[in-house]
Design a protein around this ligand. Structure first.
Ligand SMILES: Nc1ncnc2c1ncn2[C@@H]1O[C@H](COP(=O)(O)OP(=O)(O)O)[C@@H](O)[C@H]1O
Ligand code: SF4
Ligand SMILES: [Mg+2]
Length: 343
């Protein structure tokens, strides 16, 4: 579904989240802006440590000390969530926006049955719902996420479920109060490959049935290609490239995106050789003054401008729509790749 003519559901503007350490504050999310429209599915990709989870937690007001949002806004349905009390945020979490973590065991309460947790979630946001009605709805939700023998399994504890089934329960909990947005942070990374595929296919189906928007943090490019309308590429706390999925995956403009895609297995390009990105993401407490990717960049390494000046986002017009690329050479690279540069 194309949702490009609707106002954004989620509108993150200039968000900076930092962790205060003994040696000073380190910004894990640096001046990030992104938007998700109603029903839109947006992927966030990037190496480990690039700030993806911190961004997701910041959106939901879940960054714990020593972390804090230092600047920016998180607008949901136009309302800025930054600075809201925990009481206000609790009304929003699980209701307007839900989060699915990588590790369902960490998110589920081990000493409560799955049914009790689903019923709690339902009644927290719908207090007028009777226990009986909530239980009936909980069974429906477990059926929807294809947990076999749903009625009986409601009374089981999380440890009675397999990893894949637990993640299905998390999807059911996330869906319980019909949120407008689900943020899924590497929801299948801890599962075996077959189970990953099944859980992702299920997520795709339920999301389509409910018309819910998704911000999906993932390393699975097959899923990004098939499922997501747009991609945001994160490096050292910034979004360095964003655009329509096809454009970003088929013709990446930022050297980091290109290197990242070459380093992740893509089921649609079986046989391609994987190339690890040389070096490591920068130490956030000692950021380079210029482009954060410069020490690893095959295009800009050693160039004066890359070493000394932080690139600003450059708009690129692609066949699939506009992209933004934070690289001094974005226009040149896009022109070479056959894209049209807008500014
Ligand atoms: N609790 C914390 N305390 C201090 N620094 C943290 C904490 N959590 C994350 N960070 C910093 O934020 C960076 C980004 O982490 P994270 O958001 O988990 O990245 P990703 O999800 O992309 O792997 C880490 O490399 C680390 O420097
Ligand atoms: S600005 Fe320079 S170092 Fe950074 S990605 Fe672009 S070419 Fe590479
Ligand atoms: Mg993470």
């Amino acid at each position: 579904m194309s949702a490009t003519n609707q106002p954004p559901l989620l509108d993150v503007r200039g968000l900076t989240t930092e962790f205060v350490t003994r040696t000073g504050a380190v910004a894990a999310v640096r001046n990030v802006s992104l938007s998700v429209r109603r029903g839109e599915k947006v992927a966030i990709v990037g190496e480990s440590g690039c700030g993806k989870s911190t961004l997701a937690l910041s959106i939901l007001g879940l960054v714990d000390r020593p972390g804090r949002i230092a600047a920016g806004e998180v607008r949901l349905h136009g309302r800025n969530l930054v600075g809201l009390s925990e009481r206000e945020m609790k009304k929003i979490r699980g209701n307007v926006v839900s989060l699915i973590f990588q590790d369902p065991m960490g998110a589920l309460d081990p000493i409560q049955t799955v049914g009790a947790q689903l019923i709690d979630t339902l009644r927290r946001h719908q207090p007028s719902l009777s226990h009986k009605a909530a239980r009936a709805r909980a069974v429906e939700l477990l059926r929807e996420v294809e947990v076999p023998a749903a009625e009986r399994r409601l009374d089981d504890y999380p440890h009675h479920y397999s990893g894949g089934m637990r993640q299905r329960v998390m999807i059911a909990i996330a869906l319980a109060n019909s949120p407008a947005l689900i943020i899924a942070d590497e929801p299948t990374t801890a599962l075996d490959v077959t189970t990953q595929a099944q859980v992702l296919a299920l997520l795709e189906r339920v999301v389509a049935n409910h018309g819910v928007a998704v911000l999906l943090i993932t390393h699975n490019l097959g899923v990004v290609a098939e499922f997501c309308d747009g991609v945001q590429v994160m490096y050292a706390g910034r979004i360095v490239e964003r655009g329509p999925t096809e454009a970003v995956l088929a013709k990446p403009t930022h050297p980091y995106t290109q290197a990242l895609l070459e380093s992740i297995p893509d089921p649609s390009r079986r046989g391609d050789r994987l190339r690890a990105i040389p070096g490591m993401p920068p130490d956030l407490s000692a950021m380079p003054t210029g482009c954060a990717f410069e020490p690893r960049c095959f295009h800009g390494h050693g160039r004066e401008i890359c070493r000394t000046r932080q690139p600003i986002p450059i708009a690129i017009e692609t066949a699939g729509g506009p992209s933004l690329v934070e690289c001094h050479f974005a226009a040149e690279r896009a022109a070479r790749a056959g894209e049209i540069t807008a500014s």
